[in-house]
Design a binder for this molecule. Structure first.
Ligand SMILES: O=C(O)CCC(=O)C(=O)O
Length: 292
């Protein structure tokens, strides 16, 4: 992360990393999505916890099950240097999801997040949110409660839709005025909102502390965006954790990013504890199956 990028991230709360994905990765992510998107009961990620059968505390269904480039995204060399600067050592992948915007969706812009707890108790992230979206720069380093990486699979021209935020709001001290929180149409969007255009393969990295959301789509085609969200090693947002045993092909680094939260990060002792818990959970599943 160079000096310009650090400056812009601190100033605005987001940066756009151009060409974070190769053409092959975009194709592979697209193909794997298109193969599944019309299936019934498809899970588009691990962020919302539907307690579908088989969805256990640390085995939420996730995009990682789609394999290929979805596994590469866990620890992408073009993104890793940014996460190391923004989150420090031993950050973790907390959750993932895909969002598809098109005229069919008829989305509203819900601005959510807000620095220093400025999202307030009425923040649309959740009724008790008011501090976990933190952002701070002190003692020469960044601190973030949650960093999102939005990988664009399609080009999003200016005016069509896409990521929006109030630049700089990750440091604001006041709650977002309530009449700015929701815009039903593009015309209603307050002037202070930044509209962020991007090309297929770009990644928008933003701190969840920046008030942000999705612009109602207007235009041809659609926007397919893959979100991977990371937090410090002791922090958790999703109530479901990853089970790296489900993906034997992972590298050591990728595995360490899937470790459930703890003050100790991906230390061997922590891995042992989780391994045991996972084995016991599997044993319970097998016992229940055998009983039926
Ligand atoms: O559409 C976008 O890029 C924003 C998504 C969003 O609001 C979120 O991931 O919290």
């Amino acid at each position: 992360m160079n000096e310009h990028e650090k400056y812009l991230f601190d100033l605005r709360g987001y940066i756009v990393v151009r060409n974070a994905l190769t053409t092959e990765q975009i194709d592979d992510l697209s193909k794997r999505l298109e193969k599944r998107r019309n299936q019934k009961n498809i899970s588009l990620g691990s962020d919302r916890t539907q307690n579908a059968e088989g969805n256990l505390a640390w085995t939420a269904s996730s995009l990682l099950e789609w394999g290929g480039s979805y596994l590469d995204l866990i620890d992408l060399p073009t993104i890793r240097p940014y996460l190391e600067v923004l989150l420090g050592k031993n950050y973790r992948l907390d959750h993932d999801y895909i969002k598809i915007d098109s005229l069919k969706q008829n989305r509203k812009l819900y601005l959510h997040g807000g620095g220093q707890g400025a999202g307030g108790v009425s923040d649309l992230v959740g009724p008790t949110d008011g501090g976990q979206c933190y952002y701070r720069f002190s003692n020469g380093r960044f601190f973030n409660g949650l960093v999102a990486v939005a990988f664009e699979l399609d080009t999003v021209p200016v005016g069509h839709g896409g990521f929006a935020c109030i630049s700089g709001s990750h440091k604001v001290n006041f709650e977002l005025p309530s009449d700015w929180k929701v815009s039903n149409t593009q015309e209603e969007i307050p002037e202070c909102v930044d509209w962020v255009a991007a090309s297929a393969g770009d990644a928008i990295i933003f701190t969840e502390a920046c008030a942000h959301g999705t612009i109602p789509w207007r235009g041809e085609g659609e926007r397919r965006t893959v979100f991977y969200k990371y937090c410090p090693h002791a922090v958790a947002w999703s109530p479901c954790y990853y089970n790296s045993d489900n993906y034997p092909e992972l590298t050591k680094n990728q595995k360490s990013l899937l470790v459930p939260p703890s003050a100790f990060g991906p230390a061997p002792e922590v891995n042992n504890i989780w391994k045991k818990a996972q084995e016991e959970q599997q044993e319970l599943i097998n016992l229940r199956k055998n009983q039926n």
